[in-house]
Design a protein around this ligand. Structure first.
Ligand code: HEC
Length: 190
């Protein structure tokens, strides 16, 4: 069992009481970045506290899962289930999770975390940011199709980066849907 580094535990402890008192915020705010704005990749200096794996596990994956759970149509026992939000509370979840992915793309471009600062890593990180920006715009517009498209764009960034950078031992028990799709396409990195 790994423990959180002390510094993070301290930050969390000081932030939690404040979080508990925060009143529910307004559901939507206009994103500061417009979709399709030409953002250049940047190797950002700074201090990384979490590993890439932790950023994936605790920030990128939960945010993406939340966004996906509020988009698209899935077949379940009751038939086609359209998960696109129909109320403010759920649109807020889409907006929040998309915003988290926008900045997560930046976290992946930080010195010490960017695995391959001169390679496609930066492009894929930016792809995640741009998909998040599209997600925010879709949530702001409360638009069904744009939400679905943003979710696909998010998925494409995971798929592209994992296909290039994650080498899994053959006997790995860990399987994400992304891995299964990569495997089916014969694109697992060697
Ligand atoms: C710029 C590259 C990049 C992008 C974009 C990216 N990932 Fe990752 N991801 C990685 C790398 C590298 C690892 C392996 C980290 C390690 O094991 O050290 C990883 C690992 C993971 C893991 C496994 C974490 C664990 O506990 O072992 C999950 C889950 C994950 N990513 C989900 C996602 C999802 C979902 C997306 C898209 C919304 C995404 N990733 C986008 C590079 C990326």
């Amino acid at each position: 069992m790994r423990h959180l580094p002390i510094v993070i535990a301290a930050v969390l402890a000081s932030a939690l009481p404040a979080l508990a008192q925060t009143p529910a915020s307004k559901p939507t705010a206009k994103p500061t970045v417009a979709p399709n704005s030409a953002i250049a990749p940047i190797l950002a200096p700074g201090r990384t506290l979490l590993s890439t794996k932790e950023v994936m596990r605790h920030i990128v994956n939960p945010a993406a899962e939340t966004f996906w759970a509020h988009s698209g149509v899935v077949d379940d026992e009751k038939g086609a289930n359209d998960r696109t939000p129909t109320d403010e509370a759920n649109w807020k979840l889409s907006m929040d999770s998309a915003a988290q992915l926008v900045e997560a793309g930046n976290l992946l471009q930080m010195e010490g975390r960017a695995r391959d600062p001169n390679g496609p890593w930066m492009k894929y990180a930016l792809q995640l940011t741009n998909a998040g920006v599209r997600g925010m715009a879709a949530a702001l517009a409360k638009d069904h199709d744009k939400t679905f498209d943003a979710g696909s764009a998010m998925y494409d960034s995971c798929y592209a980066c994992h296909g290039k950078y994650i080498v899994r031992p053959k006997d790995s028990l860990y399987r994400h849907d992304i891995d299964k799709d990569l495997e089916a396409a014969g694109k697992t990195p060697k």
